[in-house]
Design a protein around this ligand. Structure first.
Ligand SMILES: NC(=O)c1ccc[n+]([C@@H]2O[C@H](COP(=O)([O-])OP(=O)(O)OC[C@H]3O[C@@H](n4cnc5c(N)ncnc54)[C@H](O)[C@@H]3O)[C@@H](O)[C@H]2O)c1
Length: 326
C-alpha cells in the first residue's frame, strides 16, 4: 500500500512509518517539523515533504505526485494545558487542518483515512475500563478538537464515501526495540520519559500528583501501550477497512493499568537507579483510572499486542533515551 503519513517525523507517526517499511509498504511523510525531528525524516527510507497540512498548495502537490491507498493522520498539537490557553491554535491545526487534508483525500479518490484519536475524547471515566461506546464528553479543547474530527469523518463518509479508521489511543509509550527511534517530545509531559530522565539525572525529581486516589496505592492508574503495537494496529486497521470497505472505531490499549508508583518502581528496576519522587497534590481534571477495553481491535482487526509488559515498554524506552541523550 502507498500511504501518506502526516506527522511522520513525530513519535507515533515515525514508528508507524517504520512498521510500514518493515512490512513492505510505501509510506510518504508530510511533517511541518514544528514538533517532529529532522533526523526522523532522513533516517526513514522513504520520500518526505516538510510543510503543514494547512498549506493548500503543498497538499495539492503531494496528492498529485502520489496515488495514495490510504492516509494516516498523526499530525496535531497535543498539549492539553496549552489547548486551554490557545483553543484558536488547536482548532485551527487539529480541526481545520484536518478538513483541508480530508478535502484532498476526497478530491483524489483516497479510500480510507486513519485518524489518531484519543481517550481524551471520552472525558471523565464513568467506568473503570472504557469501551468504544463509553459516552464522549471531552473536557478540554484538545480532546474536543479530536472529537470534532471524529464527527467530521462520520459526515464525510455519508456525503463522500470516504471510509475512516478512528483509533483512540490510551498512553503511548516505549520505543522501537532496536533503539534507533523513540519518544522525544519537547516539552515532555508523559510519565515514563519523565521518570527515566530523572533516573538519568536530567531532572532532579519526579513529581507525583495525588496520592489519595481511590486506587490500591493511592496514585493514578493509566493504560500504557507500546508504540510499536500502536503502529501495527494502524496497518491492520487500514487493511481491514480497504478489504471490507468499512469504517472502524477502535480503542487501543493493553486493557490493564499501572499506577504512577508502579511505573516509578519499574523504572528503578530497569535502570538500577534510585529515582527521587516528590508527592504533591492532585492535578485538576486527572481521573483516577483510565484503562481501555480493546476487545474490538483484537477480535475484529486481529490486533495482538506484542509488547504488553510494562517492563518491556520501559526497557525499550530506556535503551532509546540512553542512545539519544548519551
Ligand atoms: N502520545 C500519546 O500518548 C497520544 C495519545 C493519544 C493520541 N495521540 C495522538 O497521536 C498523534 C501523534 O502523537 P505523537 O505523540 O506522535 O506527537 P508528536 O508531536 O511526536 O507528533 C506529531 C507530529 O505532527 C507534526 N505536526 C503538527 N502539526 C502539523 C501540521 N499542521 N502539518 C504537518 N505536521 C504537523 C509535528 O511536527 C510532529 O512531528 C497526535 O495526533 C496525538 O494527538 C497521542
Amino acid at each position: 500500500m502507498k500511504v501518506l503519513v502526516t506527522g511522520g517525523a513525530g513519535y507515533i507517526g515515525r514508528h508507524t512509518v517504520q512498521a510500514l517499511l518493515e512490512q513492505g509498504h510505501k509510506p510518504v511523510i508530510l511533517d511541518s517539523l514544528v514538533y517532529g525531528h529532522r533526523d526522523f525524516l532522513t533516517s526513514a527510507n522513504c520520500p518526505y515533504y516538510i510543510g503543514s497540512i494547512s498549506d493548500h498548495a503543498l497538499l495539492r502537490r503531494v496528492f498529485r505526485e502520489h496515488q495514495f491507498d490510504g492516509v494516516m493522520h498523526f499530525s496535531a498539537f497535543a498539549y492539553v494545558a496549552e489547548s486551554v490557553r490557545r483553543p484558536d491554535v488547536y482548532y485551527r491545526n487539529n480541526l481545520m487542518g484536518t478538513i483541508e487534508l480530508l478535502d484532498q483525500c476526497v478530491e483524489h479518490g483516497v479510500k480510507t483515512f486513519v485518524f489518531s484519536s484519543t481517550c481524551a475524547t471520552y472525558g471523565l471515566a464513568q467506568t473503570p475500563t472504557m469501551a468504544e461506546n463509553h459516552p464522549q464528553n471531552p473536557v478540554n479543547p484538545y480532546g474536543r478538537s479530536k472529537w470534532m474530527v471524529e464527527q467530521v469523518l462520520k459526515d464525510y463518509e455519508i456525503a463522500f464515501g470516504l471510509k475512516h479508521v478512528i483509533l483512540r489511543y490510551f498512553n503511548a509509550a516505549g520505543a522501537h526495540p532496536d533503539g534507533h527511534i523513540g519518544e522525544d517530545h519537547s516539552p515532555e509531559t508523559h510519565l515514563i520519559p519523565l521518570v527515566l530522565y530523572t533516573a538519568m539525572g536530567k531532572l532532579p525529581e519526579i513529581q507525583v500528583f495525588g496520592t489519595d486516589y481511590d486506587t490500591p496505592d493511592g496514585t493514578c492508574i493509566r493504560d500504557y501501550i507500546h508504540v510499536c503495537d500502536l503502529a501495527d494496529a494502524h496497518i491492520l486497521g487500514l487493511h481491514y477497512s480497504i478489504r471490507h470497505n468499512k469504517s472502524v472505531v477502535a480503542n487501543l490499549g493493553n486493557g490493564s493499568g499501572h499506577s504512577v508508583r508502579q511505573v516509578i518502581e519499574c523504572c528503578q528496576q530497569v535502570t538500577g537507579k534510585s529515582i527521587p519522587a516528590r508527592e504533591t497534590g492532585r492535578r485538576p481534571g486527572d481521573p483516577p483510572v483510565l484503562v481501555a477495553r480493546s476487545d474490538y481491535a483484537r477480535t475484529e482487526l486481529g490486533w495482538a499486542p506484542q509488547y504488553s509488559s510494562l517492563r518491556t515498554i520501559v526497557e525499550h524506552a530506556y535503551r532509546w533515551h540512553l542512545g539519544r541523550h548519551a
